[in-house]
Design a protein around this ligand. Structure first.
Ligand code: GRF
Length: 220
C-alpha cells in the first residue's frame, strides 16, 4: 500500500481586486509537486473578481466586508476568525487593500507575505508608478516582504526590476511590474513552503542564513 503523501503547508490568500496575482498562485500551486496547497481565498469586497477566480478553481472563499464594521479592530477580529477556520500555515496578501492592525499582524508574524509594486524601501504606499515617473527613475519593480507592524516596511525577501523607458505611462509601468509579480510571487511562496525562507530576529533568512540584500530577478 502506498503511504499517504506528507502534508504540505496550507496557503490562504487575501485579495481585494482583480486577483491576477491570485491567478498566478492558483496556477503555480496546481503544478505537480508544488510544496503547498492553496486552501482558501478571503476578500473584503463582495464583488471582487478574485472571488470568481477562486470559485472557478474550486477553492473555498469567504468575504469579510469592511464596510459593515465600525472600526478597524472589529473588522480585523472578524477577518481573523474567518482565517482561523482554515488554519493556514501562511497568509499571502495579493492586492489586499486594507491596513491591518498591530494585533492582527502579530498573530501571523513570520507567516504573512505581501507584494508591493516598488523596489522597497522606495515608494511605500499608493500610486507608486506615477511617483516613479515623476521622480524620473530609470528603474522600478516589485518587492515581496514579510508583513510587520510597519506599513510596507517588513523585511524584503525578493525583488524583480523593470526598466523605465521614456514612453512609459503609469499604465504601461503597471503592466510591466505585474508581469514580474506573476513570476516572482509563486517563486517566493514556493520558497516559503519549502522552509527555505524564514523571518529571523534580524531579518530574512534564506536556507538558514541571513540575507544582506533581497533576492533579485534580473531586469528585463
Ligand atoms: C498588485 O500590483 C500588487 O503589487 C498590489 O496590488 C496589485 C494587485 O493586483 N499590492 P491583482 O489583484 O493581483 O491583479
Amino acid at each position: 500500500m502506498k503511504a499517504d503523501p506528507a502534508p504540505v503547508p496550507k496557503i490562504l490568500v487575501l485579495a481585494s481586486g482583480s486577483g491576477t496575482n491570485l491567478q498566478a498562485l492558483i496556477e503555480a500551486t496546481r503544478e505537480r509537486n508544488f510544496p503547498g496547497e492553496l486552501i482558501a481565498v478571503g476578500c473584503n469586497k463582495p464583488g471582487a473578481f478574485a472571488l470568481e477566480r477562486a470559485a472557478q478553481a474550486n477553492i473555498k472563499t469567504f468575504v469579510v466586508d469592511h464596510t459593515r464594521y465600525d472600526s478597524r479592530e472589529e473588522f480585523d477580529a472578524a477577518l481573523l476568525a474567518e482565517i482561523m477556520r482554515h488554519s493556514p500555515d501562511v497568509v499571502v496578501l495579493a492586492g489586499f487593500m486594507r491596513i491591518l492592525t498591530r494585533d492582527f499582524v502579530r498573530a501571523f508574524r513570520g507567516r504573512m507575505l505581501n507584494i508591493h509594486p516598488s523596489l522597497l524601501p522606495a515608494y511605500t504606499g499608493l500610486n507608486t508608478h506615477q511617483r516613479v515617473l515623476d521622480a524620473g527613475d530609470r528603474t522600478h519593480g516589485v518587492s515581496i516582504h514579510f508583513v510587520t507592524e510597519e506599513l510596507d516596511g517588513g523585511p524584503v525577501i525578493a525583488q524583480a526590476e523593470v526598466t523605465v523607458e521614456e514612453a512609459d505611462t503609469p499604465e504601461s509601468l503597471a503592466e510591466k511590474v505585474q508581469r514580474q509579480e506573476h513570476i516572482l510571487y509563486p517563486i517566493v511562496v514556493r520558497w516559503f513552503c519549502e522552509g527555505r525562507v524564514q523571518l529571523g530576529s534580524e531579518g530574512v533568512l534564506f536556507d538558514g542564513e541571513p540575507i544582506k540584500n533581497p533576492m533579485r530577478l534580473p531586469a528585463n
